[in-house]
Design a protein around this ligand. Structure first.
Ligand code: GLP
Length: 241
């Protein structure tokens, strides 16, 4: 697991966007795993600029999002489908049929997870995965204790994550308590992984992650220690606190 320290979140965003562009320019029909949250917003801003400048195309790209809430209103701004449409997909040339996000409208979340995992595995594994990290070390919605062998599954969102994500909702009670998420083994199947960590709120978990010498399920992001091409892009604030 390598570490690259950047001056600020914009530089983190630019670096990750440049990696996505390089991936898509090397192999047009690349499969990407993509995150939501506030951390990837500068990545999406940068890649949209690159697209507008003609430096990258999503014309043949296939994307799989990491996760989605269960029981969220179809038109809610925090439904990850709506988040992705608003912040990336409506602004680049990706084909709607190449966008994959677990479907929050399903009445069979377990079946939806199985379908999602099967569809993802048919791609042969992602070429590049971009991840954020939760303050408790979660990746996707894989909360502490999730087995590293996990595939896409229904999960309960940890209380601390509900609290952290309540800033995007009117109040804490409105944050869904369940989600569908790619599993840790699903994520590790990507050929290259970039984990983004920016801002003071990620300082404690980032330092804890960097101190680990072996992967352990109590800190889900330590799974990256099992991968041979994983890099952390952090900003100075996340490093210094
Ligand atoms: C959410 C998402 C994660 C994301 C994390 C951090 O719960 N499920 O995929 O990485 O929280 O979010 P943020 O970037 O807003 O700190």
């Amino acid at each position: 697991m390598r570490l690259k320290i950047c001056d600020n979140p914009q530089q983190v965003g630019y670096l990750a966007a440049a990696d996505i562009a390089l991936q898509l320019n090397t192999k047009k029909n690349s499969t990407l795993i993509l995150p939501t949250g506030s951390t990837p917003l500068p990545v999406y801003e940068s890649i949209i600029k690159m697209y507008k400048n003609g430096d990258v195309s999503f014309g043949d790209a296939v994307t799989f999002n990491l996760d989605e809430y269960i029981g969220i209103a179809e038109d809610h701004a925090e439904r990850y489908y709506n988040f992705m449409m608003r912040n990336l997909f409506s602004k680049v040339d990706i084909k709607p049929e190449n966008i994959n996000i677990p479907d929050s409208r399903t009445d069979d979340p377990d079946g939806e997870c199985k379908r999602y995992e099967e569809k993802y595995r048919k791609t042969g594994g992602a070429d590049l995965a971009v991840l954020g990290i939760g303050q408790n070390g979660h990746i996707g919605f894989n909360e502490p204790g999730t087995p590293f062998s996990s595939v896409t599954h229904v999960t309960s969102i940890a209380e601390s994550t509900v609290k952290a994500n309540s800033r995007f909702f009117d109040n804490e009670a409105q944050v869904p308590k369940k989600a569908m998420t790619m599993g840790i083994s699903t994520i590790l199947s990507a050929k290259k992984i970039i984990l983004l960590a920016t801002g003071k709120s990620k300082h404690d978990i980032l330092i804890k992650l960097l101190q680990q010498t072996s992967a352990n399920e109590s800190i889900p992001a330590t799974a990256l220690l099992l991968h041979d091409d994983a890099v952390i892009y952090a900003d100075r604030e996340a490093i210094t606190g």
